[in-house]
Design a protein around this ligand. Structure first.
Ligand SMILES: [Mn+2]
Length: 426
């Protein structure tokens, strides 16, 4: 299904008057504090976040999965779902594929379909954390780090194939996340596992096209519970540096031990020009993959504050690849993604409100109270009218979730695809 532009315009018409007065009120307030409201609205309108193909079905835990009706079962349907998100928000103009599940049968047709929805192909993701049918070697004891050369070669070949597929679609980056590690002391030789991983990544890096980037994702634990080979940002950075200029660290918000200062990691990587990509989600305990901003919105704001600072000051750091990496099993997956997109823009807008010059001055004077006031003043500003205004200007819906419900999109998807259509690649 594809929404009609007129449908969204009609929906917005009933809400424009109220929005205008909200924007005017907020604009007046921000003007007085020297903020250029239109500039912020433009930045919000330009911000694009990739949606991973695996977030469109009701995901879940290892204990069970309660699927939602009308889930996208094919790559075509996944692209259509992101098309709906993009039409409603004008923020979701990219898809991130997961190979082997999303290998196109007809590349031209897939590209055309994405094009019709104004969607581009963002980072492609390899998968060596589970065995595929008919695979010769098993990843039970690791992939790129495996003690067995034949296994490592199979994993390298898979990554090279992922790059080839991405190239045909116009992707410009590959994200590598490894589950490699050990469950018990003594199982792995730490040094050999790390060295094998570095050698394997260097092999993959050799086949990387010159205008591509390689993102190396880290995670402290799970599925292995004693050690993980790429366990933290430092290890990822070591490996990226060992590969070369086109290799970067990727930060996934859920891939940290509780209470880790993620904003400081972001700042450190950006200073070194080595932050490549970013996966948004939220968590209470571990890699919970909850809706962005649902648990710790202030932390998300603090992270965005460093991202904005880095984007303005670290010209050696490339443009970041933004992606949502969340999926949960009790909400409509499309509504869940709409909430995540909203939370990302809210944190971004709040961070844009931080008066950087004033903050630097207060830091210079060691005025700790003022530093906190500046940050919290920005965080406590209700920026939602700016986000709505950005959507209105770009042709999105002022309130995407209300529009999603009013247009009965899920009902239509169930009618088109059936109640038992189940998403693949989770
Ligand atoms: Mn991730």
């Amino acid at each position: 299904m594809q929404l009609k532009k007129q449908q969204i315009a009609d929906f917005n018409k009933t809400k424009t008057k109220e929005l205008n007065s909200q924007v005017e009120f907020l604009g007046n307030y921000l003007d007085k504090s020297g903020v250029n409201t239109n500039e912020i609205i433009q930045k919000l309108a330009d911000f694009q976040v990739a949606i991973p193909s695996w977030a469109l079905g009701a995901g879940g835990t290892r204990f069970g999965r309660f699927s939602y009706g009308g889930e996208p079962a094919t790559l075509e349907q996944k692209i259509d779902d992101i098309g709906i998100l993009h039409q409603l928000t004008q923020t979701a103009g990219a898809i991130s594929l997961h190979i082997p599940w999303d290998i196109p049968k007809d590349y031209k047709a897939i590209k055309e379909r994405a094009d019709n929805h104004h969607i581009i192909f963002d980072a492609v993701n390899s998968n060596t954390f589970q065995d595929q049918p008919n695979a010769k070697e098993t990843y039970k004891y690791g992939s790129l780090s495996n003690v067995n050369k034949a296994v490592r070669e199979q994993a390298i070949a898979h990554n090279n194939q992922v790059i080839k597929i991405g190239k045909k679609l116009g992707s410009k980056s590959i994200t590598v996340w490894l589950a490699d590690g050990s469950n018990f002391p003594g199982q792995n030789n730490f040094q050999k596992a790390l060295q094998n991983t570095q050698n394997s990544l260097q092999e993959i890096y050799k086949t990387l096209p010159s205008d591509w980037k390689m993102f190396i994702e880290y995670k402290p634990y799970e599925p292995n519970f004693y050690s993980t080979v790429i366990r933290d940002w430092g290890t990822s950075l070591l490996l990226a540096e060992a590969c070369g200029d086109k290799a970067y660290t990727l930060v996934d918000l859920g891939h940290h031990l509780p209470n880790t200062n993620i904003e400081q990691i972001v700042a450190t990587l950006m200073l070194k020009g080595k932050l490549g990509g970013f996966h948004f989600n939220d968590s209470k305990y571990g890699d919970d993959d909850l809706t962005v901003g649902s648990i710790k919105p202030y932390v998300l704001f603090l992270i965005f504050n460093e991202l904005v600072y880095g984007m303005e000051n670290n010209t050696n750091n490339p443009d970041l690849a933004w992606m949502i990496d969340a999926s949960h099993n009790v909400k409509d997956p499309l509504e869940d993604l709409l909430q995540s997109l909203d939370a990302i823009l809210i944190a971004y807008a709040q961070a844009l409100l931080v008066n950087q010059a004033e903050l630097r001055q207060a830091q210079q004077e060691n005025d700790v109270t003022k530093c906190q006031e500046i940050l919290q003043n920005a965080y406590r500003t209700d920026v939602r009218p700016l986000i709505k205004q950005a959507r209105l200007q770009t042709g999105g819906a002022i309130n995407p979730i209300a529009a999603f419900r009013q247009f009965e999109i899920r009902k239509t998807l169930i009618k088109e695809r059936g109640l038992h259509n189940v998403a693949t690649g989770l």
